[in-house]
Design a protein around this ligand. Structure first.
Ligand code: AGP
Length: 638
């Protein structure tokens, strides 16, 4: 390797333009990282990878390329189209094809999206893209300023790159090790050193990063879809791993600097699964994939008509020791957990608590060795959920993860995992993630109830048959509600909406309401139907739409009472009832249907028309459905 400079000379702090009045502000990121080294045009591979990762963040993007003996950085505020345009300009002006580079798509919660805050951040000698938070960036910045470094952005990442620069004397691994030893926080980093133009460096701590293996080329990425077009073979990096990646070799070092091998996995997702396949939006595609995703989740675990979780660690002895269940998750996954509470308590007769992961860690929870902690997560990388998992594990809980992404942090931290097989979920608003989580929770509840002797054989057989019927019921829920598009046309102009239900319908109402608000930006609230009159009913006014979930047939009469209450205050009602239950026509202005079946499993089919309703309302309103404003797919910061 040609290191042409006297490193002592390189250590002179280089003056970079100061941003007048620049505010020192931490930049929290949930982003996509991609890296490429090989014979292809790196610009094309990186842009392609970033397109697949754009769901992780989409307020700015950038590339750093090893070209002409230096590092060329091109970045831009805005969606990838803005970066693409800048790249085209640069190509027209003579930028050659690079064969080694890193790229980034960003979602900021602090530090405005701007060209200057975008990644990569660089010095003349090193360029990095970063996902995570440098907690002590303020102190580090002061030290670097004292050495003569100046700063142009508001990001913690700029502090990090200058810290690495200050430790760099021609040996990249030493520079990374020394710099990161002084850093507190979380990071997945991909790094280019000017003096090493055919090598990618990467480090991972508490933020996901994979290495993809090609023929004469290799990849780095935050997530599998970014590399799927080129290779299915990959390894998930472990905490503290550092990688040296060349076109013909990948060397991984663990946190103690020892050369290690990480398990090579093969992604069974096909490329089409990560593309739209003729649908106008990923969300609509993923709604329609639900029957197949549930089949993939349930059928391998029902053998000869009997559920078998295929988790040897969760044996009879372990199960018998469990005195309580704690379900912990965020957002939609927490809504799945709420349904899980009703189902597990009803079938297993074990007390179940549901916690928002972001709350649990600050409330000294009653969790111990007799607790089964069920952590629910699509991505397996949600920071709050990971923190709650760690907290409960430290208190002795046994952890079962219901998780979609194989090898994710949650899957690896848990004692055992029950994978949902939803395939890649790209739309920010989760749909098949939710229904596969429900299916896994149903499966667990039926399996545990039988093992614990809490249900008789007849009930058990009935429930197993219902589990097997779920995919068909979901398909029926899609087919039954073709008129939902028309209903969305009727109601899309509402300023606010309410969702009400009782029991499991209430848990489903929470999810229906979240779907609507996150993609259509219409304010909506979900209420336990009986609770509405204790205050919130004051918000019901003339013409306000109330979506009334009436799929718990035993509670239908109670729901009729609640429907009457809101109608008396001028509300219009969109009723959601089991197929064939004609009583709803007498009560509601408009009607959606969910196929009947086991009431305990009603949430899975009944959410489908609500997902479709949210989708078509957002479409009527011209919203960016797959990438709603202010959101990111995977929330990897607290
Ligand atoms: C749902 O549509 C949201 N995207 C969000 O609530 C999500 O479910 C939550 O952030 C949890 O994510 P996870 O399942 O990946 O842990």
């Amino acid at each position: 390797m040609n290191i042409e400079k006297n490193r002592a000379a390189l250590r002179r702090p280089r003056k970079l333009a100061a941003r007048p009045g620049g505010r020192l502000e931490r930049c929290l990121l949930m982003c996509g990282i991609v890296g490429y080294v090989g014979a292809r045009c790196a610009q094309n591979v990186l842009l392609d990878g970033l397109t697949k990762l754009e769901y992780r963040g989409y307020d700015s993007a950038g590339l750093a390329l090893s070209v002409g003996g230096g590092i060329r950085v091109i970045k831009s505020k805005g969606r990838l189209t803005a970066l693409r345009a800048r790249l085209e300009e640069a190509t027209a002006a003579g930028l050659p094809a690079a064969h080694c580079g890193i790229g980034h798509t960003r979602w900021a919660t602090h530090g405005e999206p701007s060209d200057v805050n975008s990644h990569p951040h660089s010095t003349p000698y090193v360029s990095i893209v970063h996902n995570g938070i440098i907690e002590n960036y303020g102190a580090l910045k002061a030290v670097l300023e004292a050495k003569g470094y100046t700063f142009v952005s508001e990001t913690d990442t700029e502090v990090l790159v200058k810290l690495i620069d200050s430790c760099y004397y021609g040996e990249p691994l030493r520079a990374l090790t020394q710099a990161l030893a002084r850093v507190r926080g979380s990071y997945a980093l991909a790094v280019l050193f000017r003096d090493w133009p055919d090598t990618l460096f990467a480090v991972r701590r508490e933020s996901p990063l994979i290495v993809g293996y090609g023929e004469g080329e290799n990849f780095l990425a935050s997530d599998i879809p970014a590399i799927l077009r080129y290779t299915r073979r990959y390894s998930v990096l472990e905490e503290g791993d550092m990688v040296v990646c060349k076109a013909g070799s990948v060397q991984i070092y663990d946190e103690f600097g020892r050369a290690v091998q990480r398990e090579k996995l093969t992604a069974d997702w096909d490329i089409e699964a990560a593309e739209k396949g003729g649908y106008p939006h990923f969300m609509l595609k993923e709604i329609n994939e639900q029957p197949a995703a549930i089949t993939a989740t349930v059928s391998p675990r029902v053998e000869d008509g009997l559920p078998d979780l295929r988790i040897p660690e969760l044996n009879d002895q372990r199960l018998a020791s469990i005195k309580r269940v704690h379900l912990v998750a965020c957002g939609t996954a927490m809504h799945a957990g709420m349904v899980g509470k009703y189902v597990i308590e009803s079938l297993c007769r074990v007390p179940v608590e549901v916690d928002l992961a972001s709350e649990l860690r600050y409330r000294d929870p009653i969790v111990g060795e007799d607790t089964l902690l069920i952590v629910v997560s699509q991505s397996g990388e949600t920071a709050d959920t990971i923190a709650a998992l760690r907290e409960c594990k430290a208190r002795g809980a046994y952890v079962l993860a219901i998780v979609n992404v194989v090898g994710s942090t949650i899957a690896r931290l848990a004692d055992c995992a029950l994978y949902t097989h939803a395939g890649p979920e790209i739309a920010v608003a989760t749909t098949k993630g939710y229904t596969t989580q429900l299916s896994a929770l149903y499966l667990f509840a039926v399996w545990a109830a039988e093992k614990l002797g809490r249900i008789d054989e007849m009930r058990y057989n009935e429930l197993v048959a219902e589990l097997s019927a779920l995919p068909a019921r979901i398909q029926r829920a899609i087919d039954l509600n073709l008129h939902v598009k028309y209903l969305a046309g009727r109601w899309h102009a509402q300023r606010a909406m309410f969702f009400i239900g009782r029991n499991i319908d209430y848990a489903a109402a929470l999810e229906g309401s979240l779907k609507l608000k996150e993609i259509s930006y219409i304010h909506s609230e979900a209420y336990a139907a009986g609770e509405l009159k204790h205050g919130t009913i004051a918000l019901i006014d003339e013409g306000r739409l109330v979506v009334a979930l009436c799929c718990q047939t035993a509670l239908f009469e109670k729901m009729v009472g609640n429907i009457q209450e809101v109608k008396a205050r001028g509300a219009k009602v969109l009723g959601l009832a089991p197929e064939g239950d004609r009583r709803i026509f007498a009560e509601a202005d408009d009607v959606l249907f969910a196929p009947g079946g086991e009431p305990l499993f009603a949430a899975a089919p009944e959410i489908v028309p609500l997902q479709l309703f949210a989708y078509y309302v957002a479409r009527e309103n011209g919203c960016d459905i797959d990438k709603p404003r202010n959101l990111a797919k995977s929330v990897t910061v607290e």
